[in-house]
Design a protein around this ligand. Structure first.
Ligand SMILES: *Cc1c(COP(=O)(O)O)cnc(C)c1O
Length: 225
């Protein structure tokens, strides 16, 4: 076995099958910079969902992935590249602005398909991250859900990089509260996508039901290629 298989096996053992709310926890392998061979190894070891960040990588690798995993898009998405993803993406995690939502809607309607999306919330109010403020979440979800050929299935967030566990818990719980509030009136809400290699445990304890994990599966990324 290579490291990838070992890492997937270990992760699948460590990940709780359900969060404290009793919802199944889903694992998305974050595959940016990984080769099709590496991704296929992870899929064979038990990964059911892969998440891309870059449209070019998504396109280059699309036909080389075996085992038919779900395809998610988890990264920042330029509006002019949406056309390459329509009909090939099971879930868009990172709808972080209205013009992106409108473009996904327009292209989906034209293609006769419905796109499932998560609305990204900038929970740490970080300049460097995309997403709506938590205070705008209700309005953002309402406006995006009204667009044709779109289904809003939940929320996505990235916690800030900090060692302050109390702060991380406070933010993760705030995300879960907002998710619960929205889910109460939107039965199609199913996913709170929150948690990466460094913080997935805390995120699941606070109510995440979908984690996006790269480094803990594939090792440190190399961007020099
Ligand atoms: C890269 C990435 C991840 C995974 O990060 P790791 O720390 O490598 O687990 C999760 N979500 C998004 C949006 C990413 O870009």
């Amino acid at each position: 076995m290579t490291d990838i298989e070992k890492n997937v096996e270990k992760l699948l053992k460590e990940l709780p099958s359900h969060n404290p709310q009793g919802e199944r926890v889903k694992l998305v392998a974050a595959v940016k910079t990984q080769t099709p061979e590496a991704i296929n190894r992870a899929v064979r070891a038990g990964v059911n969902i892969i998440g891309d960040n870059h449209v070019q990588e998504f396109r280059d690798k699309y036909d080389l992935i075996e085992g038919n995993p779900e395809r998610h898009f988890i990264g920042h998405l330029q509006t002019n590249k949406v056309k390459y993803l329509i009909g090939r993406t099971d879930l868009y995690h990172s709808v972080d602005r209205y013009n992106l939502a409108e473009e996904i809607s327009r292209r989906s309607a034209a293609a006769g398909t419905v796109s499932r999306v998560l609305v990204q919330i900038n929970i740490g109010c970080e300049q460097t991250k995309g997403g709506f403020d938590l205070s705008q979440a209700d309005e953002a979800v309402a406006r995006i859900a009204e667009l044709p050929a779109m289904e809003v299935r939940g929320l996505m967030a990235m916690l800030p990089f900090t060692d302050d566990e109390d702060e991380l818990q406070r933010l993760a719980r705030a995300m879960r509260s907002k998710y619960d509030e929205l889910k109460a009136v939107r039965p199609q809400f199913e996913y709170l996508s929150m948690g990466m290699s460094g913080d997935w445990k805390l995120c699941i304890e606070c109510g995440s039901n979908m984690v996006r994990i790269g480094t803990a599966i594939f090792g440190e990324r190399h961007y020099d290629k």
